[in-house]
Structure formats: structure tokens, C-alpha cells
Design a protein around this ligand. Sequence first.
Ligand SMILES: C[S@@+](CC[C@H](N)C(=O)[O-])C[C@H]1O[C@@H](n2cnc3c(N)ncnc32)[C@H](O)[C@@H]1O
Length: 400
Amino acid sequence: MSAQQLRDEMVRQLIEMGALRSSHAVAAFRKLPRHLATPEEDLATAYLAEHAVITKTDSDGVQLSSVSAPRIQAMQIEQADIGPGMRVLEIGSGGVNAAYLAEIVGKDGLVVTADIDPEVTARAEKFLPETGYDDRVRIVTGDGEHGVPEHAPYDRIIVTVQAADIPPAWIDQLVDGGRLVIPLRMRGMTRTVAFVRDGERLVSDGFELCGFVPMQGAGEHRVRLVVLHDVEEEEVGLRLDGHPEPDTEALRAVLRTPPVEVWSGVTLAGDESKEHLDLWLTTVFDNLPLLIAKPAARACGLVASISPLGIPTLVEGGSFAYRTVRPTEDPDRFELGVIGHGSSAQEMADRMVEQIQVWDQEHRSHHAHIEVYPADTPDGRLPAGRVINRRHTRVAITWP
Ligand SMILES: C[S@@+](CC[C@H](N)C(=O)[O-])C[C@H]1O[C@@H](n2cnc3c(N)ncnc32)[C@H](O)[C@@H]1O
């Protein structure tokens, strides 16, 4: 297949998935020869809708840079709602996404693309002239934590790296009413959130689960893995993101003891996402890190469920309980339940199942709102809900 045929097929899939919707974005994805940015990959791979090309990994195996998958780029561009003539700042560069943005903003717009890594901006400096977009793109090497004040204000800011916080520059450099799209990590799970600036606060207008490489520089803030079972192929652990230090020895011991199971009667369609349920559980429980396990850990019965994004797990003392699913008589539906280990397992699993039922009855049809306030905002000015305190901001998750 030719590059154009591969592009057309990629666009067809992105439209079918619901990732591409607007005519400007469809035209940009149909036009850009993105394979020129990844000469090390074969042509067809460059156009796989779900495939990110990893371009840099650190000595611990943590991925530091990539050309994001077309689906993720399309999703963020649609969330940002970009139009001709706009000024857009991209944090985290490489060239491909900046070229899509440049095509959409047109000759009257401006794209500023910043990356902390000079090897990444060097890739953009090669790709953008090659594809003819260098006239309206400024490439900046530096820590995006500070934004790029010399070209501000921006109508849109798109962050393409996982962030645990929102530094003041990203709000100050955005016009009031402008949109900030950011893969924001909240208690271990990352969602790309579309925010609208309303004075000094940001108000969400939709979000989707996603995976991104972690931020480096002044805003670096990594999650921590506490290992509960360290046989390499069957590793099981808890991913902590500001959660209290667990009693690791006690949890390691109970992982191997027979679990309790409690079922909720609440079912999901096979292709239905659990992301809104998980956000509800994060809202109501104080200490809910994420269970991370390798496929072999499930195969040998150590855990009942696995997910690369992690599974919400209630931890109290030497006991823990996590959500799971089991098949029902309807082959297309699964029942939600909870597996618990430890002396408080039954009571904790009961409480978690009760909250699965509350989500089903009261919140399933209305998604959460996420609002971001400056760190010095007093409690009384925050909406009622779960508050995640970071260095620069207080992130409030509320439910209608
Ligand atoms: C997923 S890649 C960006 C993908 C790119 N937008 C594309 O066209 O597909 C994330 C990038 O963020 C960069 N990055 C990490 N921390 C950063 C920071 N503090 N400021 C600017 N860039 C940063 C990394 O070097 C990496 O290249």
C-alpha cells in the first residue's frame, strides 16, 4: 500500500473509533506524511492508529519520549477544539503533532512546540521543514513547566506528557475561556482532561483515560511501586501516588491467603469502560492505590484481574480489597465485584461493593466534573468532593 492509502485507512479507523470528528482535523490527518518522522519504522507501522513509536527510554526502562499514537493525538486535538488563526502551545514535542496543529491553525495561526530534550527538538527541526510547516511553528528547547512566555497568550495549550500538577504558567499564558488539554494524573491514573480557563480556575469539559510518558524537569513527580510479590514474571505491586505508606510486609503475607469475594449485581457491557466507576471509587475512598500485576500473576491465581492502567485497591492496615469482574449468563456482560485479602477483607469488600452499587444507581449516567484551583484556595471556596492537593494546585473531583 502507498503512504496515502495507509493514511486514508488510518483516518477511516480513527473516525470509526470516534477519535477524529472535525473536518479540519480529518483533513490534517489525511495530508501529513507522518512516516517521515520515524524513518526507523516501516511505513505501515507509522500509520497504525494505536501504535506509539518509542524514541527514547532511560536506563531503568522508563519511556521518556515517543511519537504518540495517532488515536491519542486525534483525541487531544479534538478535545482542544482548535480552529484556523489560533495560537497554540504544545508542551512535549517531536514534530508530528505540531504539524497537525500547524495544518489546522493555517497561515494566520501560530504553533509553539517545546521540549526539554534537545534530541527531541532536533527531530522536530528536521521534520517540520521537511513537511513545509516551519513558517508557522516555533520550536523551543526548555522545561515546559514555565510555558513559553515570549509567544503568550495562547488560545489553546496541549500538554503531551503526563503531569501530576498544573504549573501557574500554563494558566497565566492561556487566554480566559481558552482550553488546556492535559494528561493529568490523579491518584495514580492518568486522564487527558480538556479544561476551560475561567479566571484563576480551570473547569473540565470532558476527559478520557490514556497513557503518557512522565514529565521531567521541575515538574517531575513520579509514582512509586511497592512490590507485594517479587517473582519476576508474576510480579504484583501497588502503585502509590501520594498515598500513605502501606504495611508492605503484612500485605505481602495476606496476598497468598485465600481471598473473600463479594458480588454487586451491577453489570457492565464487555466493551464498557470502568473509568467512571474507578473515578467514583477514587472520590469516595481515602486510601485507594492501584494494583499492578503481570499476566502470569493472574494465570497462576495470585490475582483475579489485571490492567496495565492499574486496578483501584482499598488498603487499610494489613488488608486490601480490589475490584474485579466475573462472566454472567449473558456473554456480552460482566458482573462487578470485589476480592479481599486479610483480616478486614470481608468488611472492606462489602463497603467497596456498596459504593459500586451507589455509582450504578446515582452516578452512572452523569460523569464527574474536575476543577482546578490555586494551591492557596481555602477549603471553603472549593466545591464539595474529593480534593487532591499538589504543589501548585488543588484538584477537586465532584459529581452532579
Ligand atoms: C509523548 S512525547 C511527545 C509527543 C509529541 N507531542 C508528538 O508529536 O507525538 C512527550 C515529550 O515530553 C517531553 N517532556 C518531558 N518533560 C518535559 C518538560 N518538563 N518540558 C517539556 N517537554 C517535556 C519529553 O522529552 C517527550 O519528548
